[in-house]
Design a protein around this ligand. Structure first.
Ligand SMILES: [Zn+2]
Length: 240
């Protein structure tokens, strides 16, 4: 019980009553926080901008019996460019849906928080294709949630894979070409991206710009994310 100050990102908001909203925050220290923002729909409320999705900053909350009330927010970034570019916005909204599905109350997730802010910075200010940034975010997001697919050895026979293979999204990994499988083929280049990207620092994904295999890697990985996270409705349909 008491006052809490934490950095956070607004993941979701919903109207609650005439003047209030419920807001879902992602805090690196606490995880998911569902808070009520009283009066934030009044035009002159100091909280009016603090409850917009993508807003990040320092949030001051009051907690009583696991119920949170948003008191104040010092906004550090609103990602305005992202919110006014339809294509970028579609990607960003999809990321927030992924976060909304993954973050849990009282479950700190500092690495995921930092990765999310890095990814948002690239999407907002960067010149790279949004599809590429989304792929990098998805791969790190899944790895940080313990869902990195196994790409270095065959899921069936266990033998190391060093070349073209198949990718089985339902089983979560690669299958060698000697084992029976109906899974789609994956080139060696795309397989290596799935294997390596989540293990490198987030910003390294920029090196893939111009790499011929990343669209294929993104397509395979999207099918995996959709299956694991049930995201078909929200995922940008860019890889058909
Ligand atoms: Zn095999």
């Amino acid at each position: 019980m008491g006052l809490i100050v934490t950095p956070a990102l607004v993941v979701r908001r919903a109207d609650y009553s005439d003047y209030d909203r419920m807001v879902t925050l992602f805090s690196p220290d606490i995880g998911r926080i569902d808070a009520i923002a009283r009066g934030c729909r009044r035009p002159k409320s100091p909280l009016v901008n603090a409850v917009e999705p993508f807003t990040s900053g320092e949030f001051q909350l009051y907690e009583r019996r696991e119920r949170y009330t948003l008191e104040q927010c010092q906004i550090s970034e609103d990602y305005y460019a992202l919110r006014t570019d339809y294509e970028k916005l579609c990607h960003g909204v999809y990321w927030l849906k992924l976060l909304d599905a993954a973050i849990l109350p009282n479950t700190p997730a500092p690495a995921l928080f930092i990765t999310t802010l890095r990814a948002l910075a690239h999407l907002n200010w960067g010149e790279l294709p949004p599809e590429l940034v989304t792929m990098a975010f998805e791969m790190h997001f899944m790895a940080l949630n313990g869902f990195a697919p196994r790409m270095d050895a065959c899921l069936r026979c266990g033998r190391p894979i060093d070349g073209d293979a198949r990718f089985d999204p339902a089983q979560g990994g690669a299958v060698c070409l000697h084992c029976p499988s109906n899974a789609a083929k994956i080139t060696n280049g795309a397989r290596r991206i799935l294997m390596k990207l989540p293990r490198t620092k987030f910003d390294k994904f920029q090196l893939l710009d111009g790499h011929p295999d990343w669209p294929e890697a993104a397509r395979h990985f999207r099918s995996y994310v959709n299956l694991k996270m049930h995201m078909e409705k929200f995922a940008p349909a860019l890889y058909q």
